[in-house]
Design a protein around this ligand. Sequence first.
Ligand SMILES: Cc1cc2nc3c(=O)[nH]c(=O)nc-3n(C[C@H](O)[C@H](O)[C@H](O)COP(=O)(O)OP(=O)(O)OC[C@H]3O[C@@H](n4cnc5c(N)ncnc54)[C@H](O)[C@@H]3O)c2cc1C
Length: 455
Amino acid sequence: MADESLIADILVVGCGPAGSAAAMATGKSKLKTIVIDRKPLEKIGDKVCGDALSPEYPETANKWIGFPIPTKEDGTLKEYCDEAVIIGKNPTTRLAVGSKTSTVDRWLYGQKILKELMKIPDVTVIPNTRVMNTIIEDGFLKGLKCYNQEKGNFEIRSKITIDASGASGAVRARLPDSMCQKFPKRIPKHEMIAAYREIIRTPEPHPFQKSIFLTYVPEIEEVMPGYYWFFSRGEKELNIGLGYMLYEKNVGKNLRKINSRVRERYFPKCEVLASQGHQIPARLPLPSLVHNGFMAAGDAGALANPLTGEGHGPAILSGAKAGMYAIDAIKKGDWSEEGLWEYNRWIAHTYGVEFSWGIAIVKFYLKHGMDVLDWIMRKGIIEEHDVLMMVNEPDRELPLIQRALRGIGRPRVLWDLRKTVNLAKNIQKHMKNYPDPQNFEPWLKKLKKLENTKI
Ligand SMILES: Cc1cc2nc3c(=O)[nH]c(=O)nc-3n(C[C@H](O)[C@H](O)[C@H](O)COP(=O)(O)OP(=O)(O)OC[C@H]3O[C@@H](n4cnc5c(N)ncnc54)[C@H](O)[C@@H]3O)c2cc1C
């Protein structure tokens, strides 16, 4: 006889930003929701991160599902940052991207969200619990085989399972191959960012007050394409670190060592409060994030911006939306792939469109290198608001080509810049034409062609 307490409408794997937002949505609409996480309760939220989070993401999720907002008063918000700056290879090349962003205390914020989640009567959080395998019946994902020390091996059954387990995609990776025809079971290394961060305390006020800086530092040269960041967490506290694409040439590089060299140069007398590395997906969103009884959100759906590695905000919003579409599917009594398909369309229209810039710009970088990108910034071909626009209004026309005419001395660069903009625009157009399930194959074929376009 199945344990009634382990039968749910919705099973969520992972209580990070994506999973907690999904569970908040479904639990508040009185769907019986179980969330499992491999961490103990007191460690939930403790995630390796650069800590930058634009306030718009939690504010939007708050409007949608009452998701908690980080605040200065309770310490979950560390610092409002008025300035976001990109520094080029030449240290005088400086592009202010004018974004209003903030840094958060991920652990405290995660704990605040967890407390709200546990107040919802229809939500049960089971900590210290890992996914071991999937339960597949009649072509549907019907739940998971799990393990924890207290219960040993046990099953949780559900109508819909939402994979919000982060970059590993713990559920997706355990689906049978027959269910992974429209998305990859595992994301290959070359589509991942290796990232490492430290939280440091400086003896004096640091030079990055109320700002976030993405910089090229000479130490990063050996692992390009990548970047180094300095994100302020207060007058004498910073989150510093680096991220780079895990291309074959970069596999096995020692992130910790590269980071120490930069830290010792900038802050020889600082105290290191925390240090750890992890990976971030850096590609277009999975072409489909659903199957019969299955959905993916956050990093598990490859929903981090491939240009910046920013995935906290997309995790919150995709988690909330996954929950909202799951509610609709259960109301309609259809949680097959087709019944969940509209979630795919929302993802393609939102993050498919936004991430197109990252895919195209990385190709341009790979061909021309950092010196040319520096030159583009110095010439004013990319201006202050362009980077913000690539995130907030990604499909608006950017007059890069008109401005690039200022660089008429470099026609080859101008030509490739045109190709880069066109590639981003073509991916956007394709994402906006996201198909119905019956027309998915030709759409995917064209997407792959676009992804393989050479600059
Ligand atoms: C070094 C670094 C710096 C970053 N900097 C930034 C930044 O400044 N700004 C930004 O927006 N993003 C940043 N990111 C990305 C951001 O951290 C992620 O995109 C975001 O946390 C994704 O949220 P998520 O809910 O999808 O996954 P996660 O936050 O990874 O949460 C997944 C949850 O699932 C649980 N879990 C995993 N596997 C299992 C399993 N098998 N069984 C049960 N539970 C499981 C985990 O314990 C965890 O609680 C950074 C990432 C790294 C690594």
